[in-house]
Design a binder for this molecule. Structure first.
Ligand code: HEC
Length: 152
């Protein structure tokens, strides 16, 4: 459990709460009774990703997209355009983002079905578009991600 916490950065967050230097591993032995409730909370945090492995949540699947996209309303464009409300939006239409000619000229609206095809294989669906993403091959994961995108 502790190694997972270290990997996922949750140790750091817990250390912030405890005002310990980043990287300090807090073992249950060292947690005083006063902090019992906190250690229970940490156990709950550790259990959550286990559930996510069975049916990955959209938020988890979205993590790699964050390298290039924001999703909050009115969020800044990064390497890719802001994705708030992208389901139902015309492709290549967000003002202020410098799309490729391919995406600007694509001319379709992002429905869940079209997003499914795009996220499976961006280059095949919109040839010459400039999103550098190899594609998410698992249809169930794509469905979960698209449902999550739609809810943002
Ligand atoms: C390496 C950067 C990068 C990553 C990672 C990335 N994208 Fe993109 N994305 C882009 C760029 C750049 C564009 C604009 C493409 C163009 O103009 O040709 C784009 C465009 C899009 C569009 C079309 C938006 C519009 O306004 O028409 C969608 C939808 C999208 N990305 C979703 C995703 C999702 C979901 C993920 C994660 C699974 C993801 N992207 C990962 C860079 C990225």
């Amino acid at each position: 459990m502790l190694s997972y916490l270290v990997e996922s950065g949750k140790t750091t967050r817990m250390n912030d709460m405890l005002k310990l230097p980043a990287g300090t591993i807090v073992s249950t032995e060292r947690v005083s009774p006063m902090l019992c409730r906190l250690s229970l909370a940490v156990l709950a945090l550790a259990a959550a990703p286990a559930a996510a492995q069975n049916a990955p949540s959209g938020a988890v699947l979205y993590a790699p997209c964050k390298a290039c996209h924001t999703i909050d309303k009115g969020g800044r464009n990064g390497l890719g355009p802001n994705l708030n409300g992208v389901v139902g939006r015309k492709a290549g239409s967000l003002p202020g983002f410098n799309y490729s000619a391919a995406m600007k000229g694509f001319g379709k609206t992002w429905t869940p079905a079209l997003l499914d095809a795009y996220l499976a294989d961006p280059r095949k669906t919109v040839p010459s578009n400039k999103m550098i993403y190899p594609g998410l091959k698992d249809p169930q994961k794509r469905a979960a991600l698209i449902a999550w995108l739609k809810a943002q």
